[in-house]
Ligand binder design. Sequence first.
Ligand code: HEC
Ligand code: HEC
Length: 272
Amino acid sequence: MPAAEFPEGLQGDVQRGTYLARAGGCIACHTDTEAGGAPLAGGAALQTPFGSFVPSNLTTDPDHGIGAWTVADFARAVRHGVSPEGQPYYPAFPSAFYSRLTDQDIADLWAAFQTVPPVAQPAADSRAPFPFSFRAGLKLWRAVYRDHPPAGPVAGQDEVWNRGLALAEGIAHCGACHTPRNVLGGLKTAARLSGAEGLPGGGKAPAITAEALRNSDWSEEDLAYALEDGQMPDGDVFGGSMAKVVRHGTAYLTFTDRAAIAHYLLNPASGG
Ligand code: HEC
Ligand code: HEC
């Protein structure tokens, strides 16, 4: 297990951290909006075929939140999916995608999280069936579900495409819902973005490979706008969890970033 290390004295930018916390769905998942919960004080349980997972209280409360953590603890939890006690988290926390975040991204997120008022309220425990009910069993599981497409940037691709790669395959974690999972909940990376069933709450996400998007008449422009207002090219609107991804996440992105995601998704790297 790598020691919790983080470059000392790296200053974070609260505004940029808030931007990343929206793009990453941290606020959406860790806030129980429907029950009127305080921001980041713990989300609604995610019911999946692999168990019931509760997004933690991420406020500055020292007992129930992460107020007693160091930035190094935070970096390790977010990028490696490991708690300060060295225990792995369940894959419902899409930390495999956040492994692409830079030290500066982590410092910015950390600065933003420092501004969240403490809420002294425990989040419920996550529950998974045997053998994953024991976090120790997760160490085996991790070997499977941490499998992830290669990190960017990809040589020979332009800057916009590589920005799209970093967002879609990183902080915005499109594949967490659009890539199918094996029986252990690990991402089937060979079938990247080809659509998935059994999302939290029983939802289904369609394929968003370049081929599938082009077959459904998506242009880069349509997609960049859809990620802002939820309108599809056929006049319909996004439903299910995608409506929330847009409302609480991608709608807050700059047009440039939404266009970069669209450019990346509609133009696969040759051979990929
Ligand atoms: C899809 C929902 C989801 C998203 C999006 C998400 N998380 Fe989480 N997160 C979870 C769940 C579920 C857990 C609890 C995992 C467990 O119990 O093993 C968790 C746990 C954590 C923890 C561990 C807290 C503790 O007390 O041990 C941290 C830190 C964290 N998330 C930070 C983030 C950050 C930062 C982001 C955005 C970049 C984020 N999360 C996005 C679902 C999510
Ligand atoms: C929390 C799960 C989740 C995440 C994360 C997610 N999606 Fe989706 N997405 C869905 C679901 C569910 C649908 C189906 C919506 C519906 O039924 O109307 C969908 C539908 C779509 C569609 C419509 C495809 C079509 O032709 O019908 C597009 C495009 C799309 N998502 C793009 C994205 C992109 C880009 C990202 C990353 C920025 C992303 N999604 C992240 C769950 C998700």
